[in-house]
Design a protein around this ligand. Structure first.
Ligand code: ZN
Length: 163
């Protein structure tokens, strides 16, 4: 029986991701597939759902609407004074930052532009509101270890490494 994707499998994928216009947004590097733990929400829910039951070696196309991808757009980008950030903070466009409100709740946002005096921040993930068009090949598949299941993510081929 073919080895198929189910909960607690570590899956190795090569993929391309395009937007509605067919523009390439992201892809796995040659020889360096994406590793994820199935059922642990390591990848967007819409892609994870469509990979359920897919066999090793198989390729699929998956179209994922925003609600099952990076969410609908919420709010708008706006500029804030740079002095609100620590002066030694290393900031870059594309970076995700977490602020805290006065109740200590976490508010994630993304930096989209930086000037000398201002930082443009956006509450939306860069892919929020986008329908995601994936082409995915399941390169390999194995059972997760107890440790990986406990951590909720796969460990690399060289053993345990964390970013
Ligand atoms: Zn770990």
């Amino acid at each position: 029986m073919a080895n198929k994707i189910t909960v607690n499998k570590v899956v190795s994928l090569s993929y391309t991701l395009r937007d509605d216009d067919g523009e390439l947004i992201d892809q796995s590097e040659d020889g360096s597939p994406l590793l994820y733990l199935h059922g642990a929400r390591n990848i967007v829910p819409g892609l994870e759902e469509q990979l359920e039951g897919v066999a090793e070696g198989e390729s699929i196309k998956a179209i994922v609407p925003p609600e099952k991808g990076y969410g609908p757009r919420i709010g708008e980008a706006h500029e804030v004074p740079r002095r609100l950030f620590p002066s030694d903070a290393e900031l870059a466009a594309g970076m995700q930052v977490v602020a805290h409100d006065d109740q200590g709740r976490q508010i994630p946002f993304f930096i989209t532009a930086i000037s000398d005096d201002t930082i443009t921040v956006d509450p939306n993930h860069p892919l929020a509101g986008e329908t995601l068009h994936f082409e995915v090949t399941v390169e390999s598949l194995r059972d997760a270890t107890e440790e990986e299941i406990g951590h909720g993510h796969p460990h690399g081929p060289d053993g345990h490494h964390h970013h």
